[in-house]
Design a protein around this ligand. Structure first.
Ligand SMILES: O=P(O)(O)OC[C@H]1O[C@H](OP(=O)(O)OP(=O)(O)O)[C@H](O)[C@@H]1O
Ligand SMILES: Nc1ncnc2[nH]cnc12
Length: 174
């Protein structure tokens, strides 16, 4: 596990002033191009929740990569959590704030069976706005939140307090 953490740290690019001045952006695209590292990262994210989930919530856009990959490594499918206006059938929606703006997420209200256990996956946990909105959508739809797993937690931004009472796992902290 320490090996993969060190490998990950060396392949996350730090980009100052993106997408706006004052934000230090953590870019994981160099991880996604390295299949073995990507695979090891996804395995390490879901392992703490083994046997406790039925589906992975993939949050558009970067969370899609993680949830799709996790699905191929396990026997759980993907719940697509999309930015507003993209899903064609009846949806539930939540608006939220994140480190650099506001947004709205949606899920199809009937996508999973009642009581399905959903593990939320994303690359970065910053303010927690995105993950908290996703958890709220999952519960409003009648499913359960198994937990939240992220690659990188930006501790100073307080994401964990936005997710009080939830099991949160991060591979790396900054
Ligand atoms: O904890 P928060 O403050 O909510 O921030 C974390 C979110 O920000 C990023 O997504 P972004 O909305 O930039 O979308 P993208 O995946 O489409 O780039 C990241 O992938 C998380 O989803
Ligand atoms: N600093 C950051 N880098 C990458 N993704 C983010 N999402 C929210 N804050 C972020």
């Amino acid at each position: 596990m320490d090996d993969i953490r060190a490998e990950l740290e060396s392949h996350i690019a730090l980009v100052p002033d993106f997408p706006e001045p004052g934000i230090l952006f953590r870019d994981l695209t160099p991880v996604f191009t390295r299949a073995e590292l990507f695979r090891g990262m996804v395995d390490a994210m879901v392992e703490p929740f083994a046997g406790r989930y039925d589906a992975f919530a993939g949050i558009e856009a970067r969370g899609f990569l993680l949830a799709g990959a996790a699905s191929m490594r396990t026997d759980a499918g993907v719940l697509a959590v999309r930015k507003a206006g993209k899903l064609p059938r009846a949806t539930l929606a939540e608006s939220y704030a994140l480190e650099y703006g506001v947004a709205r997420l949606e899920v199809h209200a009937d996508e999973l069976d009642p009581g399905a256990r959903v593990l939320v996956l994303d690359d970065v946990l910053a303010t927690g706005g995105t993950a908290a909105a996703t958890c709220s959508l999952v519960e409003r739809a009648g499913w359960e939140v198994a937990g939240v797993a992220v690659v990188l937690e930006l501790e100073a931004l307080g994401g964990r307090s936005a997710l009080k009472g939830r099991e949160v796992f991060s591979l790396l902290q900054a």
